[in-house]
Design a protein around this ligand. Structure first.
Ligand SMILES: Nc1nc2c(ncn2[C@@H]2O[C@H](COP(=O)(O)OP(=O)(O)OP(=O)(O)O)[C@@H](O)[C@H]2O)c(=O)[nH]1
Ligand SMILES: [Mg+2]
Length: 280
């Protein structure tokens, strides 16, 4: 991303330098005072308006369809995949439990994480507390029945096991099951703290292939664990996938937000919180 940092004795001098370098419509994103050998200096982070539009375009997901449910009655299916402990189950619960995440669309929860003891109970408890329909499938032959039990739902959030995509046999089984669910969107959940090279490796591992459906979106979790959020936007951009939501804490459902406004805010651009939700 084309962001540049400028330092100088005072703000007007530094912003003039930024405009000279980046053009008259350069935007100042952050200003802070730093010390160079004990001498206070003003530091600004600036970018061209083009750059910011480019960031928005690269990251913005297309709007969810309205209505979510197809004419055939099939609900919209959103699956969450990703490494162990990334926050898939907590995020699935947040998406389904938060009122209005999908406008008037009614969410349901489905898990195919039948491998880990307790994995299912965690989600079932959230579903019960929030009165959200919840189901489990162990095998592709059960999908039809599960969908008929979830027939009142317009959108189904699918939780998957946190397996390394390279751990062959078990992975193949749940990925085959995920393929059979024919998800409309597959969000790759990655903690914002992840190393860049591992994030790229995860993205490669969950790419669509001849045998499996792959990630269509990236969802960065645990933004609350990253001290400065600027690097998070760079991480999202490096994966070249659109993004709909981020998570920034353990509270269900509070710590969930639309991604692009939040990432733009991390670059210093204010976005109204209410607008932010409609933009999701
Ligand atoms: N700080 C922080 N913790 C989070 C966030 N989202 C989830 N967690 C925590 O991360 C831990 C793992 O979350 P899970 O939702 O179980 O992760 P998972 O990806 O389903 O894990 P597996 O199913 O084992 O792969 C839990 O302690 C969550 O409370 C977040 O946004 N911020
Ligand atoms: Mg889980």
């Amino acid at each position: 991303m084309q962001l540049e940092c400028f330092r100088g004795a005072d703000f007007s001098q530094v912003s003039a330098r930024a405009r000279k370098a980046l053009g008259e419509d350069a935007m100042i994103l952050h200003t802070r005072t730093v010390r160079d050998d004990g001498v206070p200096r003003v530091e600004v982070l600036a970018a061209t308006t083009d750059t910011l539009e480019h960031v928005r375009e690269r990251l913005q997901a297309t709007a969810l369809p309205t209505p979510l449910r197809r004419a055939s009655g099939r609900p919209y299916v959103i699956a969450l995949v990703g490494p162990t402990g990334a926050g898939k189950t907590t995020t699935a619960a947040k998406l389904a439990v938060r009122p209005g995440t999908f406008g008037i669309g009614r969410p349901g929860l489905l898990t195919i994480d039948t491998y880990r003891v307790g994995g299912m109970d965690q989600l079932a408890t959230y579903a019960e507390l929030a009165n959200v329909p919840f189901d489990v499938v162990y095998d592709a032959s059960e999908i039809g029945d599960a969908f008929s039990r979830l027939r009142d739902c317009d959108v189904i959030i699918v939780d998957t096991p946190g397996r390394s995509p390279n751990a062959a046999d078990v992975t193949d089984r749940w990925r085959t099951l995920l393929d059979a669910l024919k998800p409309d969107e597959v969000h790759l959940v990655l903690p914002a703290t992840i190393r860049g090279d591992l994030a790229l490796a995860a993205e490669r591992a969950y790419r669509t292939s001849s045998s499996h459906v792959g990630a269509t979106h990236v969802m960065l979790s645990k933004l609350d664990e990253v001290p400065g959020e600027r690097g998070v936007t760079d991480l999202a951009l490096s994966l070249a996938l659109p993004t709909r939501w981020i998570t920034d804490g353990q509270d269900v459902p509070a710590d969930l937000a639309p991604a692009v406004p939040r990432l733009l805010r991390s670059l210093g651009l204010g976005v109204d919180a209410d607008d932010a939700w409609t933009a999701a």
